[in-house]
Design a protein around this ligand. Structure first.
Ligand code: 5GP
Ligand code: MG
Ligand code: MG
Length: 180
């Protein structure tokens, strides 16, 4: 069982679900005020469970798309962001709501936000399930954050270690022997 590899749980499934209700209300209020129809863009693959939990609470009109960028291999950052899969809907003259699993160094979101501005997006907001502010190297903050986590490598609810553990329904820390 993958559950057996977990040292401790940081955020439970119930806490995530409850937080998604709150985030969806905040986000909805902001887009209703602006009167715009955003393209909600999930960054694959980590954002998938969070995006699913969040968007089913939205009662305002929006469009959904995905893109895949990569900047990480294992537990260490390996350099600039690369686009592996681009979105299908045009971002030109559209407000964008980026959905991310975690803001760590901030490199990914700085680059992706810049890219959306270059594509002619009118506005780029970010919602991230997790924020790890102790690790920040690039100046960026998500507009909406689910939970702030300590400086530890976390898995679950979309977040992987070598592509595993994304299916865990909570956020946790792996036992040290898993990395050995
Ligand atoms: P950045 O450093 O660019 O902010 O983060 C890039 C990506 O690294 C995140 O979207 C996430 O996929 C991955 N990442 C950062 N911190 C963690 C972590 O603690 N656990 C896992 N599983 N992935 C992380
Ligand atoms: Mg990610
Ligand atoms: Mg990863």
């Amino acid at each position: 069982m993958v559950q057996d590899d977990i040292l401790k749980v940081l955020v439970t499934e119930e806490e995530i679900e409850q937080r998604c209700v709150e985030l969806a209300e905040q986000i909805e209020a902001d887009y209703q005020k602006e009167g715009t129809v955003p393209v909600v863009v999930g960054l694959l693959k980590g954002s998938v469970p969070f995006m699913a939990e969040l968007i089913k609470r939205f009662k305002f009109p929006c469009e959904i798309d995905f893109m895949k960028v990569s900047s990480y291999d294992g537990t260490e950052s390996i350099g600039d962001v690369r686009i592996d899969l681009d979105m299908q809907i045009s971002a030109k003259e559209r407000p964008i709501l980026l959905v991310e699993d975690i803001v760590d160094t901030g490199r990914t979101l700085v680059e992706v936000k810049k890219m959306f501005k270059n594509k002619g997006a009118t506005d780029v907001k970010i919602v991230s399930l997790l924020d790890k502010p102790d690790r920040r190297e690039f100046e960026i903050e998500a507009d909406y954050v689910g939970f702030t986590v300590p400086n530890e490598f976390v898995v679950g609810y979309g977040l992987d270690y070598n592509q595993k553990y994304r299916n865990l329904p909570f956020i946790g820390v792996l036992k040290p022997e898993i990395y050995e």
